[in-house]
Design a protein around this ligand. Structure first.
Ligand code: G3H
Length: 193
């Protein structure tokens, strides 16, 4: 592909409450990012027609809502890492209610699988069809979630997948990836909101 554009969804209500998972709406700031994203993409991608891929969750679809492109696709495979029984909890609550799990995750964040949920390794595996499809595309903008973006980012940056849980993917930042023969060029464009 020529160019891959990546963004997390805008700040969500759950982000504000420091809860993981769920399917909450964007916060006020998150909606501001969604509004601003249109201009930021235009400014940096010019007039190329992008395909916009989101997850099936509200916060990514709301982030994409003002983008003026016809090709929009929702992928279940782009949904956030499933935290199973911990879905909707804060990290503090997880540490209190499932202390052994909290420690196990800290010890091996890549392999740790939430009870009734997923590990980073699981996410990497379910992303395979997305990556395959991406390889054959020209210009795609992917709006998804932190854990999922870490795995996609590690793939294109040629970083071992075991390191994906530690990749930094800040909110309200558009990432431009240009895969080249010798490696992928990265540009990070921060939205000021
Ligand atoms: O809920 C999922 C978060 O986006 C991933 O954060 O893997 O650092 O806990 P974490």
């Amino acid at each position: 592909p020529k160019c891959i554009w990546l963004s997390r969804h805008g700040e969500s209500i759950y982000n504000l409450e420091q809860k993981i998972g769920g399917d909450s709406d964007l916060s006020e700031r998150g909606f501001q990012y969604a509004k601003k994203l249109k201009g930021i993409v235009k400014e940096n991608a010019g007039n190329v027609e992008l395909s916009v891929w989101t997850s099936t969750l509200k916060r990514t679809r709301q982030t994409a809502q003002h983008l003026p492109y016809k090709k929009k696709l929702q992928w279940k495979a782009l949904d956030e890492l499933d935290a199973g029984v911990c879905d909707g909890m804060t990290y503090e609550e997880i540490e209190e209610i499932y202390p052994d799990d909290f420690k196990a995750r800290d010890d091996d964040k890549y392999e740790y699988r939430y009870r009734g949920g997923e590990s980073y390794r699981d996410v990497v595996i379910r992303l395979e069809p997305v990556i395959m499809e991406l390889e054959g595309q020209e210009n795609v903008l992917i709006i998804t979630h932190q854990a999922v973006l870490r795995c996609i980012y590690a793939y294109f940056m040629n970083v071992p997948q075991e390191e994906s849980p530690w990749m930094s993917i800040p909110l309200h930042t558009l990432i431009k990836l240009e895969p080249r023969a010798y490696g992928t060029k990265v540009t990070r464009i921060k939205a000021n909101i």
